[in-house]
Design a protein around this ligand. Structure first.
Ligand SMILES: [Zn+2]
Length: 301
């Protein structure tokens, strides 16, 4: 029996996917694992979004838990090699599955999981996009554990005497419920997918004006680090690409819409040359123009 158990563990260990995660030091307190600028597939196994750890003195907090149980397990193992601290909270910035399926690992450790009020029992689906696209080995043990503590407006967490502000954006921006994690002491704000800086953002679930208005508020804050859900830029310029792209998209599409152009012409006209070499341009830009047109057309009626 014991031998069987050892064999099972050994097989599990040998077949598990190694994400080869490397924590990058951002500041005295913060490390992030940066995902690849790719779509989720059976090669990256969902490692295409960011997950960050903040050392609060005697504990860590984790912002976004990554795409799978095994990713979360491996990330925490790497962090324990830097400093072996327990985790007091995992915070999920929004409902897209590359940012929270790692909750399944942290919940086993008994960590409290906090999220935007965009989460509900309806967030759970029969089969997630992640499970459909990555390898079964990498997805092993991953279940859909949604946060138990949901933030309606603003919630303050006190960890070891440091105040963490959890701020619900309360308007549609990247999604209809995006959560900001602001740590004044560290002059750091985690903004989830309001910021992409290595690829074009998908605007599918968002709102152009809500998104740029929120980024303007974030840019006006007294922070040194603005850490997004995708991309490795973490200083104040991290916001620029997403902000400029969405602002230009909104302006160009609005102008043509007011001129009475129809959607097919607008999709062909709003090329936004400047972004041609940005990752995901080919797969996403035309679709974004189309979505922007429908969004703005609706808003004008
Ligand atoms: Zn997202």
């Amino acid at each position: 029996m014991k031998l069987l158990l050892i064999l099972t563990l050994l097989i599990n260990y040998l077949t598990a996917f190694d994400y080869e995660l490397e924590p990058k030091k951002i500041s005295a307190t913060t490390h992030c694992f940066f995902g690849y600028s790719e779509v989720m597939d059976e090669h990256n196994n969902g490692n295409m979004s960011n997950s960050c750890f903040v050392n609060m003195g005697t504990n860590y907090i984790v912002i976004d838990s990554g795409p799978t149980y095994s990713y979360a397990f491996q990330a925490y193992e790497k962090m324990k090699m830097i400093k072996n601290l327990p985790i007091s909270y995992v915070i999920n910035t929004h409902v897209h599955d590359d940012h929270w399926l790692g909750n399944s690992y942290y919940s086993e450790l008994g960590v409290q999981i906090v999220g935007s009020n965009g989460f509900s029992s309806e967030t759970r689906v029969a089969i997630t996009r992640m499970q459909q696209r990555i390898s079964p080995e990498a997805f092993l043990k991953t279940t859909q554990v949604i946060p138990l503590i949901l933030v309606e407006n603003e919630k303050l967490l006190d960890v070891n005497g440091t105040t963490i502000h959890l701020i619900n954006v309360n308007k549609k921006a990247h999604t209809s419920a995006d959560l900001l994690v602001y740590i004044p002491k560290d002059k750091t704000i985690f903004v989830g997918d309001l910021v992409f800086n290595d690829r074009l953002p998908s605007i599918r679930d968002g709102d152009l004006k809500g998104w740029t208005d929120t980024l303007e508020v974030i840019k006006s804050m007294d922070v040194t680090f603005i850490i997004g859900g995708h991309g490795k830029i973490v200083d104040r310029t991290s916001v620029d690409m997403t902000y400029n792209y969405i602002k230009t998209l909104q302006e160009e599409v609005s102008t043509l819409l007011e001129d009475g152009e129809d959607i097919s012409d607008v999709v062909n006209t709003v090329v936004m040359e400047k972004y041609k070499d940005t990752n995901f341009y080919d797969s996403m830009h035309r679709q974004n123009v189309e979505i922007a047109y429908r969004m703005l057309e609706w808003g004008n009626e």
